[in-house]
Design a protein around this ligand. Structure first.
Ligand SMILES: C[S@@+](CC[C@H](N)C(=O)[O-])C[C@H]1O[C@@H](n2cnc3c(N)ncnc32)[C@H](O)[C@@H]1O
Length: 193
């Protein structure tokens, strides 16, 4: 089970599935603020667990996800809290090319880029680099080889060396640590091309 239909089924059943942001969220916010990040694009925003606290922290947020049910939930959550920001329905890998160069200060991609091949992953990192302004930041979360395999969604699991190799041309790693689920959590800074 993989792909857009499966995520749509998942969010139709589970609605606002995650209520809390990633456990490293507070420290990520501090680093983003210290680097002057204001606008943030959340790729694969799901039902909005990062859009909400990012908007509450004063970031100018935009999310996208290919599950209409997830986007609907995220959008309603923002409205319910009377927060600015928006979420839209789109496939990351198609939509990402449509963003102008240097149009965001920061990007979140929390467990949303590991459903593709490493070649596609590297291409997506290069697109994120392009749409970030000089010195912009990426918060990236991807499963390590230690993370349990999901039953319904096939994901690529990284070892540290492979992840560093994938990032080396486009992002300088400012922080890289394993979270409680054994997913690599990386703050990367755009390397000007
Ligand atoms: C594990 S969930 C994480 C959601 C959210 N980032 C979070 O931290 O709660 C993965 C999300 O990525 C979305 N996704 C996966 N592949 C995608 C793609 N190619 N385009 C858009 N969204 C995608 C799924 O619909 C799902 O919402």
């Amino acid at each position: 089970m993989n792909g857009q239909k499966n995520w749509e089924d998942f969010y139709t059943k589970n609605n606002r599935f995650h209520l809390e942001p990633h456990p490293f969220f507070p420290s990520v916010v501090n680093v983003f603020k210290a680097h002057g990040v204001v606008s943030v694009l959340d790729l694969g925003c799901g039902s909005g667990r990062h859009l909400i606290p990012l908007a509450e922290n004063g970031f100018d947020v935009q999310g996208l996800d290919f599950s209409p049910a997830a986007v609907d939930t995220a959008q309603k959550w923002l409205q319910e809290k009377n927060l600015p920001g928006r979420a839209s329905i789109a496939d990351i890998h198609q939509e990402i090319k449509a963003f102008s160069d240097a149009s965001f200060d920061g990007v979140f991609a929390v467990d949303s880029l590991s459903y593709q091949s490493t070649t596609e992953f590297i291409e997506t990192l290069s697109q994120i680099n392009r749409l970030l302004r000089t010195g912009g930041l990426l918060f990236l979360v991807v499963p390590s080889k230690l993370a349990p395999k999901q039953e319904y969604f096939k994901q690529f699991h990284f070892n540290e060396e492979a992840l560093k190799l994938a990032l080396q041309d486009t992002f300088k790693i400012l922080e890289m640590r394993l979270d409680q689920d054994n997913h690599f959590s990386v703050i990367g800074q755009e390397i000007p091309s």
